[in-house]
Structures are given as C-alpha cells and as structure tokens.
Ligand binder design. Sequence first.
Ligand SMILES: NC(=O)c1ccc[n+]([C@@H]2O[C@H](COP(=O)([O-])OP(=O)(O)OC[C@H]3O[C@@H](n4cnc5c(N)ncnc54)[C@H](O)[C@@H]3O)[C@@H](O)[C@H]2O)c1
Ligand SMILES: O=C(O)[C@H](O)[C@H](O)COP(=O)(O)O
Length: 373
Amino acid sequence: MRIFADENMPLVQQFFRQFGEVSLFDGRNVSAAQLQDADILLVRSVSNVNAQLLQHNTKLRFVGTATIGMDHIDQSYLAARNIAFSSAPGCNAQSVVEYVLSSLWCLADKYQWQLADKTVGIVGVGNIGSRLAKALQALNIKLLLCDPLRARNEADFNHTDFTQLCTEADIISFHTPLINSGSDATKHLLNAQTLAQLKPDCALINASRGAVIDNNALLQDLSRAATRRAVVLDVWEQEPNILTALLPYVDIATAHIAGHSIEGKARGTEMLYQRCAALLQQPLQQQLQQLLPVPAMEKLQISANFGLPDVQNLARLLYDVRRDDAILRHYLQSKGFDWLRKSYPPRREFSSLQLCGKVIPDFLPQLGFSLAQ
Ligand SMILES: NC(=O)c1ccc[n+]([C@@H]2O[C@H](COP(=O)([O-])OP(=O)(O)OC[C@H]3O[C@@H](n4cnc5c(N)ncnc54)[C@H](O)[C@@H]3O)[C@@H](O)[C@H]2O)c1
Ligand SMILES: O=C(O)[C@H](O)[C@H](O)COP(=O)(O)O
C-alpha cells in the first residue's frame, strides 16, 4: 500500500507505516504526476484535491485531510469515484480557542479593556465556537451567538441574527466554514455593507477562513479616520499572497497558525489513522498519548488564592500570541507566508500542564486545563 502525505503532518510515519510505505510531498506544490501511485492520500488545507490533482490516479482508496476546514476538497468528485474521505473534525478546536483567548487578553492589556464589560459575538457555534463560548462564560464575558443552521435545527439554541450581532457586539470572533454560495454563504460575510453596521470600535477576530471577511473592504474600513477598531487576523484572503497593506492596521497578525498547537496538528494525523485502520480493517497499533513529546512544564501547584485574574498569567506560561505576531512581522517579507507556517515554533495546549491543588476552581477545566491524576 502506498501512502502519500503532506510533509507538514506530524507523526505521519509513526502512525501510517503500519499500512505501507509513506512518501512525503510539498502540499502547496503537489502535482497530479506525483500522486499517480497513491492508495492513500493525506493532505492539509494548502492542497486542492479535485479532478485535476487526481487525473492520473486510478487506485486511490482514501483521502484524508488533517484539518477541520474542508473547502479545499471536492467531496462530490471523491464520492463519484467511490473514494472514501475523512476530515479531522474538532482536531485543533482547543488550539484555536487558546489563540482567541490569548488575543483577547493581549488586546485587553493594550487598550485597558475590562473583558467582563464586553459583549463578544461568536459567529459559527460548532466545535470551535461552542468551546470558545464555554471558555468565555467561565471568564464571565457576555455572549451573542450566531449560527443560523443550529437555530433551524435546535429549538433551544439562543441565536442572534448576524445583522443584529453586528450592531450590538463589542468584539466579533468568526468561526464558520468558508461557504461560497447559498443562503448560508459565509464568503464576504463581513463586507463593506456589514462593516458599516458595526460599532466604530467593535474589535474583529478572524481565525476561520480569510475570505469570510472581504479584505479589501476591511482595508477601506480601517483606513477611515472614524474607525478605531482592534483587529486580529490569523487567516487572510489569497494566502499565501496576503494583502500586506492591512498589516499596519492589524493589532495581531499571524500566518494561519491558530490551530497549529502540537496537540492540534498531531490529533489530526491520529484521527485519519483511526479512520484508515477502520477502512482497511486493521487493528490500532498506535496512540497519540504515547507519541506526544513530554511537555517542558508538566505540573503546577495551584494555591487556594488562585482566582480569575490569575488565569491570564497561567495561560501565558503556555502561549502568548504576540510571539507569533512578532515572527510574522519580522519574517514575512524575507521568508514568506508558507515558511512561517512550516517553521512554526512548538506550542503546547493548556491541557499539557497538569494542575495540582486541594481546590481547583471550576473555571480552569472549563478553559481546557487538566487536573493532575
Ligand atoms: N485558523 C485555523 O488555524 C483554523 C483551525 C481550525 C478551523 N479553522 C476554520 O474554522 C472553521 C470552523 O471550525 P469548527 O471546528 O468550529 O467547524 P464546525 O463545522 O464544527 O462548526 C462550524 C459552525 O459554523 C456554522 N455555520 C455555517 N454557516 C454559517 C453562517 N452562515 N453563519 C453562522 N454560522 C454558520 C455551522 O452551523 C457550524 O455550527 C473551519 O471550517 C475552518 O475553516 C481554522
Ligand atoms: O481547517 C483547519 O483545521 C485549519 O485551518 C488548519 O489548521 C489549517 O492548517 P494547515 O492544514 O494548512 O496546516
């Protein structure tokens, strides 16, 4: 069995060698000729899997993307060819939540906000949005939730229409898939018209897909003297060739790495491994927990005096998004967007640090921290 995998898929050899020979490729530049012998194809978000890429391959049995987003996969084409497909739902959801929390704390420091006075609008309340909602509730932050699909299917879902959310939120965080057309389309959900409805100081966070915000319209908006909004962008239109004119207006700019914690990426590989093992009717020989590196900090003692104001310091032990903003601003021009992603420095999730103590406040597990056994 021949397995072809993106070179940026951690632990892929360790997981997949059980099924056959693993060959690696550069995901952004992979060609149809390279993949003609693949039985199993494992990609990330930078490879468009479609008729053109698979034109020379007649034996493919499985395509997996170690990502949550699936907008780069032509699923109808795979179904028509009877090729099994899987994404990795939720694999890096906690990583994105930690990115958003770190961004909020940085903005709160920079602009001296009291986060408890802010209303955060979450647009897209799936794996990431609902975890984020739980974390923000733990921090006593007021929420508005917008998810028309959930509103249609769940009678008790407390939905706020996007237009209303735009006028009422102090901060909006986007967590929808990229949907190009139809009544729930998210492409350019935030555009010149919807931007004009926001409060002049409404902050924006986008860690979903770049095209959910019309980047040119955002640039126009941010260039206006009347606009005073803080902006965090992890995702951009036309990656890797991003609109660099936005950078001076953006408080935190990163290279589509919100989901790139060590756990988030490796969980994606493991989920595809489990799916492949089921498809090939093979036993599971590997487990992520055994393959993850030992974290630099394993245990921390919490005293009875630990309170909500201490959470920010605790979280910063593990991740501070300003590191990634600084790296982008320093290296984007000389090394490029894809290099920033490929050489992303290690980041562990909150759960890697086990908290010990007689009484651990409830908000810590709600934020994703784990308790020592
Ligand atoms: N920046 C990163 O590194 C990174 C990492 C992971 C995921 N993502 C992106 O984040 C997206 C969301 O991830 P998830 O795991 O929460 O996905 P999910 O599928 O679990 O949830 C998406 C939610 O968005 C809702 N939705 C769809 N259309 C909507 C609309 N028009 N308005 C409001 N809500 C809408 C869906 O009903 C669903 O509940 C992914 O599709 C991916 O594109 C980015
Ligand atoms: O959709 C996702 O899961 C994320 O956007 C993912 O982190 C993208 O990262 P990539 O696959 O490009 O490394």
